[in-house]
Design a protein around this ligand. Structure first.
Ligand code: SF4
Ligand code: SF4
Length: 320
């Protein structure tokens, strides 16, 4: 594995954390790897300290504004209820269609902005992860676009953490209701050992954009994702085509606005799949140094409130 390009490393002095620089995140991510191999956790996860880039995440948490730090701590405290006791009496499910409707309605009542359901697949798990649940209920929660316009400033950081907290409450609340029905359910939220984006795509909530984030019709990329994994029998949604590639192939907004040129105009081969990919070694050091970024998702035309459905309609009819 190649060593990280020194110029790509943040200018902040981190001698106490990185006596040795970490391996290139792109290499760990499997950039240019033609075989289908599982993803390796690098930066974000429950055992963050042990990850190759984990110390940088620790540093990121330390330099966050006090308010964001407190919200983050509160969010972590909420997550103690992500899993728990399952009721002894199990509710029988004779009609998966009506159970699916009930669960989607419940998720919305608990605050979800959009909900989709899919099976749990290996591509949503990191290396060594085992499929322990049958289904994933994937939830989107929007961030306030007016606040997110202040990306890289404290205001946007606070809004991001608020959205994480709200989506945690929704996912945890939903998992608790399912456990009360006598079925296993576990909420996966911020920092979870799970790849939410492949699940969200399979659950029909959107497509991958050039900026490496999910694009949904409802909120563009200006949202957070959480998942509830469960054995409760549910019907699956299918992936959708909303015209993301039609726009991304011609649009360069995120490529131009990214301060460190981390976004490529070409799809790349990553772990055996050709897809949009963001240069980890450029994005993550900048993200840390700026105490959070996300310029790419906020400048994306899909993220303009109320724009997604009409934009998708226009792109799909133009294609025809
Ligand atoms: S800004 Fe443009 S190129 Fe970038 S993800 Fe959005 S639509 Fe695609
Ligand atoms: S988060 Fe910031 S640094 Fe990273 S790709 Fe987006 S705009 Fe570039």
């Amino acid at each position: 594995m190649s060593k990280l390009n020194k110029n790509a490393f943040p200018s902040i002095d981190l001698p106490f954390l990185y006596k040795n620089q970490p391996l290139s995140g792109n290499t760990i991510n499997g950039l240019e790897e033609t075989k289908k191999i599982p993803a390796t956790q690098i930066f974000h996860g429950s055992g963050a300290r042990e990850l190759e880039w984990g110390k940088l995440e620790l540093f990121f948490a330390m330099i966050n504004p006090f308010k964001v730090y407190c919200l983050n701590l509160y969010n972590r405290w909420l997550l103690r209820n992500a899993d728990g006791r399952i009721a002894k009496k199990q509710r029988a499910v004779s009609n998966t269609e009506s159970m699916t409707d009930e669960i989607k309605l419940l998720a919305k009542e608990l605050g979800a902005g959009a909900v989709g359901i899919t099976g749990v697949t290996q591509d949503a798990l990191y290396k060594g992860g085992k499929i322990e649940y049958k289904n994933a209920i994937v939830i989107l929660y929007p961030m306030d676009h007016d606040e997110m316009r202040y990306v890289t400033q404290d205001r946007a950081g606070t809004e991001t953490m608020r959205a994480y907290m709200e989506i945690s409450k929704t996912a945890i609340g939903l998992s608790q209701k399912i456990r009360k029905m006598g079925w296993r359910a576990r909420a996966y939220c911020e920092g979870a050992d799970l790849l939410h984006i492949p699940l969200a795509i399979n659950a029909g909530l959107g497509e991958l954009g050039k900026h490496g984030s999910l694009i949904s019709r409802e909120f563009g990329s200006s949202m957070r994702i959480a998942s509830v994994l469960t054995d409760l029998p549910l019907q699956h949604d299918s992936p959708i085509d909303i015209g993301v590639d039609d726009l991304c192939l011609g649009c360069r907004r995120c490529t131009i606005d990214c301060p460190v040129d981390a976004i490529s105009d070409q799809k790349q081969t990553v772990r055996g799949v050709e897809k949009w990919y963001v240069d980890f070694d450029k994005c993550v050091p900048y993200f840390t140094e700026a105490v959070g970024c996300g310029i790419c998702i906020e400048v994306c035309p899909w993220s303009k409130p109320g724009k997604g459905f009409s934009l998708s309609e226009k792109l799909l009819s133009k294609r025809q």
